[in-house]
Design a protein around this ligand. Structure first.
Ligand code: NA7
Length: 448
């Protein structure tokens, strides 16, 4: 019997399990045999919020980068599962930018319905994956934290779904050693209220930077200073948030910037991105790439080019998320089931090279959105994943970007149209800036 190991039970791992059980010819007890290893005690991956930072209860690095007051920063209509709509899950139209508890509920709703929990071994940390010289199969070495035992099993395919927004990229700036305030990476940011009345500095100019800056401001930071090496984010920030060039060094609590200015800062939050980090994969099987749309080493963004029995899901930088993970999972399933003929290794390499050249030639975010839309559409057409309009989704991303330019604090107060149901989302009952309670109950309440 063909055995498939899936590493991680977050959105990608769950999509992979769901892809298999959605296939009419596979009931999960027949070929192939699926085993999903999940390091945490529950499913959801980064949506499985934890208050912990550093090491978890087992001494393993905390995987999650989720923070308490995170709301979706893109329209939920852009990530909607084509086979399980928000309306189906919640029974009613809801706002376009749900907080994390609401999105978690949605992801888990589909997973519960498809009955895939039985495939997951929780509290299981994958220690190593390599090819056996004897059998030619993959040897997966796993530590079970429930029994504190380590064992190995053999598989024919390995699907890596452990994410890439977990291991911090933490650059050093002179003076950090003796900095007198709080110094953390966004990975360890949990609760914006902790920074109330403080002068906070954010490093970076991407999604974490813009959102954590907005969060800290919303929950009462005295000031937020954003420091970036590649130019300001350029939003029309509210009073209290300012932009600076990159810092040069830190002296006590004084942060100096390359333009010669300085500021007194109580807390530095380094929103400087993440590393693709797969320490458990054998050197010959490990994905090495930067965070980009046309990922290195992955044919069709999924199949590991040097060894086609390894799949990596969700390893791209992302505009598209859950629905792209789904089409990738469907594609990976069909490769595993032998329904897709892969081209030769050199042809796969040429495909990757060509995609990277296309991406490198794109000049702005609108072009990058279109690129990922075309990529997703291309995969969509190669499996029986229910179709949806990537043209509509890409257009929605562009509207969303315009809304952000108009108001970085107010863009969540818009409703978008579902590409699956056609429903226009109601504007949420409370403006994001005033919605301090982000619980599921509060979000789903019909209004005050
Ligand atoms: P991103 O999107 O990878 O952004 C990382 C940011 O960190 C980006 O602005 C970088 O600036 C900046 N960066 C990286 N290294 C440095 C150094 N050494 N010094 C200063 N600034 C640096 O990560 P995010 O956490 O914002 O977003 C992660 C995902 O979350 C995102 O893809 C969404 O899906 C949601 P650069 O532009 O390279 O100059």
């Amino acid at each position: 019997m063909t055995r498939v190991a899936i590493i991680g039970a977050g959105p990608c791992g769950l999509a992979q399990l769901h892809a298999f059980v959605s296939d009419k010819t596979v009931d999960g007890t027949a070929t192939p045999e699926l085993v999903c290893y999940e390091k945490q005690s529950d499913w959801g991956g980064l949506w499985n919020y934890t208050w912990r930072t550093g090491l978890d209860q087992h001494g393993e690095p905390c995987h999650g980068s989720m923070y308490r007051y995170l709301w979706s920063n893109g329209p939920k209509e852009c990530l909607e599962f084509a086979d399980y709509t928000f309306e189906e899950h919640f029974g009613t139209p809801i706002g376009s930018f749900p907080p994390r508890e609401v999105l978690y509920d949605y992801i888990i709703g589909r997973a519960k319905r498809s009955g895939i929990r039985r495939f997951i071994r929780f509290n299981h940390v994958v220690r190593s994956v390599s090819r056996s010289a004897q059998s030619g199969r993959f040897v997966v070495c796993v530590h079970d934290h429930e029994t504190e035992t380590t064992s190995t099993e053999e598989f024919d395919y390995v699907v890596v779904a452990s994410g890439h927004f977990s291991t911090p990229n933490m650059p050093h700036y002179p003076g950090y050693e003796t900095y007198g305030g709080t110094l953390i990476h966004a990975h360890d940011f949990r609760d914006a209220a902790q920074f109330a009345d403080q002068n906070v500095m954010i490093i970076g100019s991407s999604y974490s930077a813009e959102d954590i800056a907005s969060q800290c401001w919303k929950y009462g930071a005295r000031s937020v200073t954003c420091s970036s090496r590649s130019g300001p984010m350029g939003f029309d920030w509210p009073d209290g948030i300012t932009e600076k060039p990159i810092l040069s060094h830190v002296d006590g609590r004084t942060v100096h910037f390359v333009d010669g200015s300085s500021a007194e800062i109580d807390a530095i939050i380094s929103c400087t991105g993440y590393l693709h980090h797969f320490p458990y994969m054998d050197d010959s099987l490990r994905l090495v790439t930067t965070n980009r749309l046309a990922t290195s080493m992955l044919y069709r963004g999924v199949v590991f080019q040097p060894d086609n029995a390894v799949m990596y899901l969700g390893m791209q930088d992302q505009w598209y998320t859950f629905n792209m993970f789904d089409v990738q999972a469907w594609y990976a399933r069909d490769v595993i089931l032998g329904r897709i003929d892969l081209p030769s290794a050199p042809e796969q390499a040429r495909w990757i090279e060509k995609q990277q050249a296309i991406e490198d030639g794109i000049e702005d975010d609108y072009g990058l959105i279109d690129y990922q839309g075309v990529y997703t559409q291309d995969l969509l057409e190669q499996s029986d994943y229910p179709t949806f309009s990537t043209a509509q989704v890409s257009a929605m991303f562009k509207d969303w970007k315009k809304h952000k330019k108009q108001s970085i604090i107010g863009y969540r107060d818009n409703g978008h149209t579902s590409p699956i149901t056609g429903t226009v989302a109601p504007v949420h009952h409370t403006a994001w800036v005033d919605a301090l309670d982000d619980s599921l109950e509060s979000f789903l309440a019909t209004g005050s």
